[in-house]
Design a protein around this ligand. Structure first.
Ligand SMILES: Nc1ncnc2c1ncn2[C@@H]1O[C@H](COP(=O)(O)OP(=O)(O)OP(=O)(O)O)[C@@H](O)[C@H]1O
Ligand SMILES: [Mg+2]
Length: 356
């Protein structure tokens, strides 16, 4: 456990967290598809990107700048490496937070080789001055290096070799339009369908030398929240269970039993998610209830409930955020196997419940 972590206990140890932990980082390199053909799902993105890269190759040119946007764990870093591999180009990897000053960026840009892919992860977190330098670099393959300070400062223009910028962001909405507009192609990555994740699980199992049958892979896929990173992580935990408690083969029953131990349910909800839903249903009759009250009821920080648990519950159509508070949907009652209280058709749910 990392005590420097800013998130609190319940959130930090989650098996269904979308961010990569240390173990993920160690294995992900081995599990990354190496070319577009191996990349599962994201049909549209793959087809479009294939055209962009093929055309550039045919022209003998450097590919246009590419922006990859999408939630964590959907394959942005993987695609950036595939772009470089498909272009037969080297790749340089850096990230927005690593570029504090425009000078940091100038140093990287001026050392690029012709045709090189520059992968700028978390591009929305770059500093303003660096961002402005990047505009010019992307458009004109040129940067102005400022020498000196104050009135005597001079800008020395520096030619750059043509390169391909691949930017990745989980928050495309935060990118300033001038930056967004300078990308020739933007790929929006969607959450994966269960049958696509099933293929991801099969592929990873083969690479990890784990035996799994189709029903086992389907069981893991269904609990992976549309995210390959989570699918790969659940696969590793199920593998451990199959090794210790069975003969190593992952079947539907083994996967279900293993993930019950880790408290990840059939729909991918974990203890925190279920705690929030249960409080909403059992203590507040399905709402509406205020966020703070709900947080106190589950013994978590407001932020944990709002930023860690709720986005997935909302995406799954189990919870709605309304101006009057959090409300459970019929699907939530159904998922927890509970019956919603009878309410008069025209009445106000909360007032009825509390008799006010
Ligand atoms: N389409 C895919 N097919 C097979 N495996 C995939 C696919 N997409 C992602 N993965 C796997 O999921 C893991 C996470 O992918 P990746 O690191 O590329 O996500 P990311 O979008 O860069 O996440 P983050 O926003 O956290 O940086 C990788 O190990 C990769 O093997
Ligand atoms: Mg990444």
């Amino acid at each position: 456990m990392n005590w420097d972590d800013t998130t609190d206990g319940a959130a930090a140890e989650r098996l269904v967290d979308t961010a990569a932990d240390r173990e993920d980082q160690a294995v992900e390199a081995a599990l990354r598809p190496k070319d577009l053909g191996e990349f599962i799902g994201q049909e549209k993105v793959r087809e479009q990107l294939d055209l962009v890269l093929r055309a550039a190759r045919a022209r003998g040119a450097t590919a246009d700048h590419v922006l990859l946007s999408g939630a964590p764990g959907l394959g942005k870093t993987t695609l950036s490496m595939i772009i470089a591999a498909e272009m037969g180009a080297p790749i340089r990897i850096t990230s927005g937070p690593a570029i504090q000053h425009a000078g940091d960026l100038a140093a990287i840009l001026s050392s690029l080789q012709e045709g090189e892919v520059l992968f700028l992860d978390e591009i929305h977190r770059m500093s303003r001055p660096a961002e402005e330098m990047l505009y010019m670099a992307m458009e004109d393959f040129r940067v102005d290096v400022i020498v000196g300070k104050g009135p005597g400062a001079t800008a020395i223009p520096l030619e750059l070799p043509p390169f391909t910028l691949v930017g990745a962001t989980t928050r495309a909405g935060l990118l300033p339009p001038p930056l967004r507009d300078r990308f020739g192609f933007t790929a929006h990555m969607e959450f994966y369908e269960p049958r696509e994740l099933q293929r991801v699980v099969h592929r990873s199992a083969a690479l990890l030398d784990v035996e799994i049958d189709p029903s086992g892979a389907a069981e893991i896929a269904g609990r992976s929240r549309g995210t390959p990173r989570i699918a790969n992580r659940l696969l590793r935990r199920v593998r451990d269970y199959a090794q210790v408690k069975a003969d190593g083969l992952i079947t539907e029953d083994i996967a279900a039993a293993a993930l019950a131990v880790y408290e990840v349910d059939e729909r991918g909800l974990d203890r925190l998610d279920r705690g929030v839903l249960e409080a909403l249903l059992k203590l507040f009759g399905g709402g509406p209830v205020g966020l703070s009250t709900l947080a106190v009821a589950v013994g978590e920080e407001r932020e944990t409930v709002e930023e860690v648990a709720e986005p997935f519950l909302v995406r799954e159509g189990l919870l709605a955020r309304t101006p009057r508070g959090r409300v459970a949907t019929p699907a939530a009652w159904n998922h927890l196997g509970l019956t919603p209280p009878q309410r008069p058709a025209t009445g106000n749910g909360q007032q009825d419940l509390f008799g006010a």
